[in-house]
Design a protein around this ligand. Sequence first.
Ligand SMILES: [Zn+2]
Length: 99
Amino acid sequence: MAPGCVMPASRCDIDHTVAWFDGGNTSADNLAPLCAGHHTVKHHGGWTVVQLPDSGGVVEWTSPYGRRYLVEPERRMPVFRAAEPSERAAPSDDRAAPF
Ligand SMILES: [Zn+2]
């Protein structure tokens, strides 16, 4: 999930985009596979890396000079959100629990 990288995820480190010690969660929207080289660049190369919210896993890298690169995942993560109260089905007798 780094610009131009073709390393298969199976050979990558799973990186917390927001580091665990900075309060980052171990959750799909904060994890991305990075090869060892790009993992080092992310942490020590002066780049800024963020996952775009509600994007299904798109990662934005910003170089030390301010150039931005968007990296699309091979397959997007489904974006889940809680249903609004108005979207929730109202309980009815035919939906009663079967026990
Ligand atoms: Zn790489």
